[in-house]
Ligand binder design. Structure first.
Ligand code: PEP
Ligand code: MN
Length: 343
């Protein structure tokens, strides 16, 4: 249910509404709007009619059911787009088109430092790099683990770029959170509900990738797992889905971007590397992403893709990334987004 407060309702009235929601066995989530506040009351769907009684409280304008199965993620609860703050002065979901870039995996100090300097010079605002890698084969490189996290932190220290890195296992949440600015949930973990619940208790932004076989509704239900635990800072990422097509690694579901943007207030970015599997397809799909209304990108960039321990074929060389960023800025301008690039 959504409890819509009157525009003049005060703190006391809001506190009373929250208290009553808790007494009825539901969890209140306050969304502060420009003119009025709304309170999402979420919990067991079966008995929610009892929440109608809140209608009689002073300060309450209206009590309306949330029609979508995803509640806190929906535009019904929060019509205006959410800005997800990464660090002070840097947010995803606003006017600026945010590009995150770096190698698939952290491999060595030299590799991550070179990558960090190169992507920063080209205009990336965050550095990506996997320290824990979810590989299809148990015989493939699994990542440098904590050593990789330390190298990412060193790269952040040198360049000032915040870092986004994946957490694969609930066991490692605390460890990864000690280093990461943004915790990435990979496609294979999109329905790892135990992991999502743990991440919902953190005070850190979460980059939640779409699973390769999740519908948009299932995907938003996964986001709901994080939001319902109290963490509002969720960024969505379309990274391609499985289809019958084999010319590309996955099929970039570009229409998922405007569909998601219409159904949720959460920011949406695109990963053209995993979506296509080919470096030469990254630029055209990135231009498509900005045109479709995405809030940013996450792109794999490696100083020597031919030597990469993982995902070399879908990683751009630094010079190609810089050239793409320049052209992307022109597309961003048409889409009324700002994008700073290197000069
Ligand atoms: C990655 O970002 O390197 C990754 C493994 O992505 P995905 O989870 O989308 O496959
Ligand atoms: Mn990868």
């Amino acid at each position: 249910m959504i409890i819509v407060m009157k525009s003049g309702a005060g703190r006391q009235e809001l506190a009373e509404v929250k208290k009553r929601i808790r007494e009825l066995g539901y969890k209140p989530h306050v969304i502060h709007g420009a003119t009025r506040n709304v309170v999402g009351a979420v919990g067991d769907e079966r008995g929610k009619a009892v929440l109608q009684s809140l209608q009689s409280l002073s300060g309450v304008d209206n009590v309306v059911p949330i029609l979508k199965p995803f509640k806190l993620a929906s535009r019904e609860v929060k019509p205006e787009p959410s800005l997800v703050e990464i660090v002070p002065g840097l947010s995803v979901g606003g006017d600026e088109f945010i590009v995150m870039a770096g190698p698939c995996s952290v491999e060595s100090e030299a590799q991550i430092l070179q990558s960090a300097h190169a992507v920063k010079a080209a205009g990336a605002r965050l550095l990506r790099g996997g320290a824990f890698k979810p590989r299809t084969s148990p015989y493939s490189f699994q990542g440098l683990e904590e050593e990789g996290l330390k190298l990412l932190a060193a790269a952040r220290e040198e360049t000032g770029l915040p870092i986004v890195t994946e957490v694969v296992n609930p066991r490692d949440v605390e460890l990864v959170a000690r280093y990461a600015d943004v915790m990435q949930v990979g496609a294979r973990n999109v329905q790892n509900f135990a992991l999502l619940k743990m991440l919902g208790q953190l005070d850190k932004p979460i980059l939640l990738k779409r699973g390769m076989a999740t519908t948009i509704q299932e995907y938003l239900m996964s986001a709901e797992y994080i939001l319902s635990e109290g963490n509002r800072r969720v960024i969505l990422c379309e990274r391609g889905i499985r289809t019958f097509e084999t010319a590309t690694r996955n099929t970039l579901d570009i229409s998922a971007v405007p569909v998601l943007k219409s159904q949720t207030h959460l920011p949406v970015i695109v990963d053209p590397s995993h979506a296509t599997g080919h470096a030469r397809l990254i630029a055209p799909m990135s231009y498509a992403a900005v045109a479709a209304g995405a809030d940013g990108l996450i792109v794999e960039v490696h100083p020597r893709p031919e030597e990469a321990a993982s995902d070399g074929p879908q990683s751009l060389k630094p010079a190609d990334f810089a050239a793409m960023m320049k052209k992307l800025a022109a597309y961003a301008e048409v889409a009324e987004r700002s994008l700073a690039t290197g000069d």
